[in-house]
Design a binder for this molecule. Structure first.
Ligand code: SF4
Length: 455
């Protein structure tokens, strides 16, 4: 297992950024004396030669899209190299253990997996077959992090860029913490982390930021599920980043509740280089927010938008636009809210098509309120079906999904797409679509990443 390429780490999709979920396991393996190869099929072709050399192929599945792609990759791996061990790791691996272990995978792991992955390699090195329980538990032990190993990964140029002032800049990606202390019912993190999170030491982060700045990054995305889970740590990280790289800007994700609780820190975060904050607002309906157990209300969202603006930071809210409890009026009101609050350029149009995803293990599956709408588990697609009680919402979801996908392909102006989505929603409600106000061609748009998708 120690020869170069005997372990192959595969990324399928990490929201358009250079895959940290491969760079970190690579660093742990290198520290243990192995020489893993890496492959990111989101930006490079599937390389049968690399696969044939491997005795272990470990496929990273941190999100639903990655898992769907990962299963296809696993099939190709089996064809090219029938005897190698295939492991799936990441959030969606243990959630879907039953299906994965029935065919595509020999083992699965989730959570703080890097040391467990090294253990798996050692077991295979000893030529014994690892024993994998039918429903493996996530690994939640504290790790000693090395700096991620990025040298063998494709260049940052191949990944999402920051669009700012009509120019494209290279973006680095780090995580200051992993897991989350909250238990929002629709989120895939609680079933794996159970309300725990783990921080990454500041010096490890700085080393990782440095290597990405050296590769040309002028902006860093903190991909923590919630950067403000540990506010003291977050501030220490932001201060250290700014001291080491004063011109570097950054963005992070934090929940609305945290933005309100730590409102006094927003101006300092802006001074330290925070260009925008992503926040999973999810819905303006307090009924929907209660079902999701989001810990905020519509009024809180309005306050967060105001606080961020006062601090000079763009808030980019994300939404779960379609849930069984979201009414057509709620949907149309969301569009009004986005326009009234000047957020049209701060919401990627794909957000207006996002439908509640129910993976196996979702905490929502325990909710009695979901039961009337819940359908069967589509095991090979890794989600439970659900049906909206209002057939107009099902039709609207299909129409908006197709509209925003086409618009993204054409790189249509977000304001034009927004107006077209609104026309669809108005027509669904049987009212005359409001006339479009022509989007201003040369307006100042807030900074954004060029990869709008998430899931
Ligand atoms: S939605 Fe955000 S705050 Fe809630 S559990 Fe998931 S990561 Fe944590």
């Amino acid at each position: 297992m120690r020869e170069p390429g005997a372990v192959l780490l595969v990324a399928c999709y990490e929201l358009g950024h250079q895959p940290l979920a491969v760079a970190w396991p690579a660093a742990f393996l290198e520290r243990a004396g192995y020489a893993p190869a890496v492959m990111d099929v989101s930006v490079e072709p599937f390389d049968s030669e690399r696969v044939r050399r491997a005795k272990l192929v470990a496929i990273s599945v941190p999100m639903h899209t990655a898992l769907r792609l990962g299963v296809t990759v696993a099939r190709r791996v089996r064809d090219a190299n029938p005897t190698c061990h295939i492991a799936f790791y990441g959030l969606y691996a243990t959630l879907n253990a039953r299906h994965l272990l029935s065919g595509p995978a020999d083992s699965v792991m989730s959570g703080e997996i890097e040391a467990a992955l090294v253990d798996l390699v050692r077991t295979l090195e000893g030529e014994s077959r690892p024993t994998t329980p039918a429903q493996p538990s996530p690994v939640l032990a504290k790790l000693e992090f090395p700096a991620p190993s990025r040298a063998a990964l494709p260049s940052l140029k191949k990944y999402a860029h920051l669009e700012r002032n009509d120019r494209l800049e290279l973006v680095g990606y780090v995580e200051a913490s992993r897991g989350c202390k909250h238990l929002c019912r629709h989120c895939p993190i609680p079933p794996v982390y159970g309300g725990r999170f783990f921080v990454v030491p500041v010096e490890v982060l700085l080393a990782d930021i440095r290597q990405q700045v050296d590769a040309g990054a002028t902006h860093i995305t903190f991909g923590d599920p919630d950067f403000l889970n540990g506010p003291g740590h977050a501030l220490a990280v932001a201060r250290a980043l700014h001291e080491a790289f004063p011109a570097l800007t950054f963005d992070f994700t934090a929940k609305i509740e945290h933005l309100l609780r730590h409102r006094d820190r927003l101006p300092e975060l802006a001074r330290l280089g925070c260009a925008f904050i992503v926040s999973a607002a999810e819905s303006l309906s307090d009924t929907v927010l209660a079902h999701l157990d989001k810990g905020h209300t519509r009024a809180d969202i309005e306050t967060a938008v105001r606080l961020a603006a006062e601090a000079g930071i763009t808030l980019r809210p994300t939404w779960v636009a379609f849930t069984p409890w979201t009414t057509l009026d709620d949907y149309r009101e969301l569009l009004d809210f986005v326009e009234t609050n000047g957020l049209v350029d701060a919401v990627d149009p794909v957000q207006f098509s996002i439908r509640l995803l129910l993976p196996p293990g979702s905490l929502l599956l325990e909710s009695a309120a979901l039961r009337p709408f819940l359908g069967e588990l589509v095991e090979d697609q890794f989600y439970h079906r659900w049906t909206h009680p209002d057939s107009r919402m099902e039709a609207l979801h299909a129409a908006v999904s197709s509209l925003v996908a086409g618009a993204a392909e054409r790189r249509e102006d977000a304001a034009v797409t927004f107006q077209r989505v609104r026309e669809l929603a108005d027509r669904s409600a049987g009212v005359m679509p409001r006339p479009a106000s022509a989007p201003v061609a040369r307006r100042t748009r807030p900074p954004r990443l060029t990869e709008p998708w998430f899931c």
